[in-house]
Design a protein around this ligand. Structure first.
Ligand code: ADP
Length: 299
């Protein structure tokens, strides 16, 4: 079984449906309320576990009901929770989400304990890094921790994959530590300052990322699939055609599945095809972690 180390956020998504958004100062009566486990780190860990990966998760939650439920959920998925820390002084990360009648959403994230995942937290136990075939991270926890994780992985000669979401500028010294970066179209544009208005921009953006020091680039293209680019090969893999119901966490499921495929030693086209198939199934279902498919569903 390939061993994947996921480092990142765990949130609880609290969703209320409403006919319209309230004005500032206004109270309105909404509709149904839903509670979903979320956070990009946790979503990717669950996706990787369901794909057959042996997953260690390094994350931080609070000692409250949400953190407790998150840990129980991870354990239920077969994820090793030995490195999930719970801080007695902090609240677990939550996302307050309202969805109006048109499907538009407004989201406020309170990162809570996620913002307190510090570089030192990665040094408490080196077994997770030492045993990993591949390390996967995102951008919902502090950048200094990301940089430290990438340096640790590099020193141990481990493949380090960054899904740069949600989009933000990255420290220049990070890029040369990355085996792979997996932005979506918006993130790819933001990282390079190159507008992605047509297909011809894809190689330009990928080249700009290679020039910054990344070894391999995958730009995810939603329903269009994914584009791969490194120094020796460039190609596009189409996504299976599906009826999308909820695109939440498509990128997370893509990255979790990709991590397992690469750790299993698949070549780039095979690995990206598996990730595209997993992402396509995820968009046909509601929810974030709930929508991640199991390996046997890929056919
Ligand atoms: P993000 O969710 O991070 O914005 P994308 O929208 O690019 O990322 O989706 C990630 C991957 O999920 C895509 O590369 C594709 O494989 C799959 N995917 C996303 N949307 C669809 C869709 N409508 N139909 C089929 N596959 C999809």
């Amino acid at each position: 079984m390939p061993k994947i180390l996921v480092i990142g956020s765990s949130n609880t998504d609290m969703v209320v449906k409403t006919s319209r958004f309230p004005q500032p100062g206004e109270t309105i009566i909404g509709g149904e309320f839903f509670l979903f486990p979320g956070g990009k780190g946790a979503n990717q860990a669950v996706a990787a576990a369901r794909m057959g990966g042996q997953v260690d998760l390094i994350a931080k939650v609070g000692q409250d009901i949400f953190g407790q439920q998150a840990i129980e959920g991870f354990a239920h998925e077969g994820i090793n929770v030995a490195y999930v820390m719970s801080d007695p002084k902090l609240a677990s990360g939550v996302a307050l989400i309202t969805v109006d009648a048109t499907g538009e959403n407004e989201i406020v994230v309170a990162p809570g304990a996620n913002a307190a995942l510090m570089p030192g937290d990665l040094d408490r136990d080196d077994a997770a890094f030492a045993e990993a075939d591949l390390v996967l991270m995102q951008l919902e926890t502090p950048l200094e921790t990301l940089l430290h994780a990438a340096q640790k992985a590099h020193a141990l000669n481990k493949k380090f994959v960054l899904n740069p979401a949600p989009a933000q500028d990255l420290p220049a010294e990070l890029y040369s530590l990355l085996f792979l970066i997996t932005p979506n179209e918006t993130e790819a544009s933001l990282l390079t300052g190159i507008e992605l208005d047509n297909e011809a921009a894809l190689p330009k953006i990928a080249e700009a990322l290679l020039k910054k020091g990344v070894a391999n680039v995958i730009i995810t293209l939603g329903a269009k699939g994914a584009y791969f680019h490194n120094a020796s090969q460039q190609f596009k893999i189409p996504a299976p055609k599906v009826q999308a119901v909820d695109t939440t966490a498509a990128g997370d499921v893509f990255n979790g599945a990709l991590a397992v495929a690469l750790a299993e030693g698949m070549d780039w086209p095979q690995a990206i095809d598996m990730a595209c198939r997993a992402g396509a199934i995820a968009v046909t279902r509601m929810g974030a972690q709930a929508s991640a498919p199991f390996r046997e569903e890929l056919g």
